[in-house]
Design a protein around this ligand. Sequence first.
Ligand SMILES: [Zn+2]
Length: 182
Amino acid sequence: MRFYALLVFSFLTLAVNAQLTQFLILRKHVGFGYKTSESPREVKALIIHSTFNASFPNTQQPDTFSVEGVLKQFEQYGVAAHYLIGRDGQVYELVEPNNVAYHAGKSQLPDGTTAVNSCSIGIEIMCTYTVGPNEAQYASLRKLIDQLDTHYKFKYILGHFDIAPGRKTDPWHFKDTGFFRK
Ligand SMILES: [Zn+2]
């Protein structure tokens, strides 16, 4: 009896550990919307965005949260962010974090820096103007930010609207529970 109890306990422990370490970033590198950096670049800002697939009816399915649909849109506009978080919380790495991704557009950091793309990392969360991020996405965002912050020690963690006020309104319906560093 005691043996079985121990066995069950071991399995439970394994399951919990697997959950804790199961933060998988899927590499899905794109061929547009970025430029390669030859040397390690200085990154001082993390910018949070949101996006959705607005290409229907040009696509066959009205899939607002299609990763492929969003990537097609990015390609059309020649833009990309380093990471995209799908509705299921899956994190995709679209651009190597050391490369410069075109995600910020005309914008400015609080310290006056206007070349924001060159010194920042961009994260896109899949959501719409009316449907904000879900719990799985917030959980993945938290893990992703913690992981990146360990390496980059960001001076700023901001929303797109913070650096392009009047021009950008994303991330939409974003519940800030200590994400930002302004
Ligand atoms: Zn944005």
